[in-house]
Ligand binder design. Sequence first.
Ligand code: PGA
Length: 255
Amino acid sequence: MATPKEMRRLVAGNWKMNLDLQAGSDLAKACVDALGSQNIPVVFCAPAIHLHALSGIVNGASNVHVGGQDISSHESGAHTGEISGMQLKSVGCSYVIVGHSERRADHGESGELLAAKVSQALANGLTPIYCFGETLEQREAGDEQKVVALQLQEGLAHLDVEAMNKVVLAYEPVWAIGTGKTASPAQAQAIHKFIRLWLDARFGESTASTTSILYGGSVKPTNANELFNQPDIDGGLIGGASLKPADFVSIVNAY
Ligand code: PGA
């Protein structure tokens, strides 16, 4: 019998706006070949132009999935440049990142907008990977729990228990993303524990014990094991290191 923590394990790569179609295909093939038949679910969250080809590459690989990096808050229609949940689903996605800090910052994504995106993902059978986390100033002011609670509230409080049970969370302190500065395992564990308590209070004990809470922010082969060994850290959302097959695979294998 798998333990609750084993059931929650997940490692997602976030390629961000990197790689042309050929380079993305090469990366995915190299990862899939090296992963073999691991029993930890792995997701490649790639730019939209890759998703169709990527689905073909991971097809048949055990426990490897494809995800988008963003989703429209609308169902369909006159929204130039946007990509709907139905469209993501149609190219083989089963996950989508919602509320990454780079989108919150670059596109001013509000809590209300993100709540609608989470709902669109769920309505189309996609698992949202809902991201949140505090900035350096907020941490230095001792406000990290307040910020995290507000972002959880804004994006997720409208869901019922059944819907919430289909959501993955990713705590990504903004000061650790792409900076090489990782939250220490103890710092990350403290917030992850706080998030699980928040889930318990809002959605109940069962949701709290089954929801995957990923850590993101400069996860590397050298720190992944210690982070993933924390009781409330269930895996990672990996940016820079997901672009190097050897690094990404060794992070997955760090479990
Ligand atoms: P990083 O990015 O691993 O490069 O810090 C993580 C993320 O932004 O998801």
